[in-house]
Design a protein around this ligand. Sequence first.
Ligand SMILES: *Cc1c(COP(=O)(O)O)cnc(C)c1O
Length: 397
Amino acid sequence: MSTEFDDLAFDTRAVRAGQQRTHEGEHAEAIFPTSSYVFANAAEAAARFSGEQPGNIYSRFTNPTVRTFEQRLASLEGGACCVATSSGMAAILSTCAGLLKSGDHIVSSRSIFGTTTVLFTTYFAKFGVETTFVPLADLDAWEEAIRPETRLLFIETPSNPLTELADIRRLADIAHARGCLLAVDNCFCTPALQRPLELGADIVIHSATKYLDGQGRCIGGAVVGDTERVGKDVYGFLRTAGPTMSPFNAWVFLKGLETLTLRMKAHSAGALVLARWLEQQPAVARVYYPGLESHPQHELAVRQQQGFGGIVSFDVKGGKESAWTVIDATRVFSITANLGDAKSTITHPATTTHGRLTPEQRAAAGISDGLIRLAVGLESVTDLQADLARGLAAIRR
Ligand SMILES: *Cc1c(COP(=O)(O)O)cnc(C)c1O
């Protein structure tokens, strides 16, 4: 999927790559809300269906607006091919369903999006694909968990909500030495801050719902990689099973990509200010943010990422009661589990995203009752700080 801007800088491609103007000369990308396409004559229809002639047939297969989004994201991630999906979960489903078969084995980080865990353990297990979960940063545990039938290693880095990192390059080496593929859910960093394919990963997965949209409007996803696995295997499943992206959503994500670098820089800058400030608050026991020198993997974050992202977590003293006090004292933060929005969000993982785990499982995952996760948006950092200061002051009283 090469575009005419592949030789230009990331920020130029984020704005320009993949667009093909129609004869109307529209400046912005066109939306093509059409389910099917017409052919000049019966012979052309036959040639399209047989694959002899390339071109559109039906929007479950291809759509010009969706293709523009796919080409732009492929260019930004540095992949040969991108397949857009109806959601982030559909991207993970399509990747695994396209690449794996019954009897295959996945080794996954245990710190992944909760619904992904359910997809692996409840649904793929039903079809004979087993998953072993390991601690994200423990390379020995990854080595040990790989079996002859392991096909896929799956990670998110930084992890949610504790911002732990995986060394993508080293994990890719382990995967390839053992005949496996490495898939990275790059939702938290986006290609503006981290490009896993350049570090040796084979597949990048996105929930476009988050930072690619950036304003919390649409659900979508994407898979990026090579023409064989993504272009044939994953795409083959997608066009057959049908979780394709709608052209309207593709258009919204295209507009999101145009401001991606600016937004990710602003999210990162705001998050760093808040993280540094939180570290100094007496009611705060610990702050988790890869941009802090106190983060145990800060050096890896500097090496592997072009910025530290918008997710900051912190432990307040006094457990759940204190955490809820801080959350309920906010005026600006939205109390919601979503992230990647211009609007800042605040979450209590122990009673929401990680509420289904037993207390022992939560303890093992490092999710304390006092843990709060922020997804820092684009509002004034001064206002966000004041929002948190109010609740933190109430704890001390
Ligand atoms: C939200 C999310 C997903 C799932 O994406 P949807 O678009 O909600 O289906 C997958 N991975 C991560 C890291 C996410 O944050």
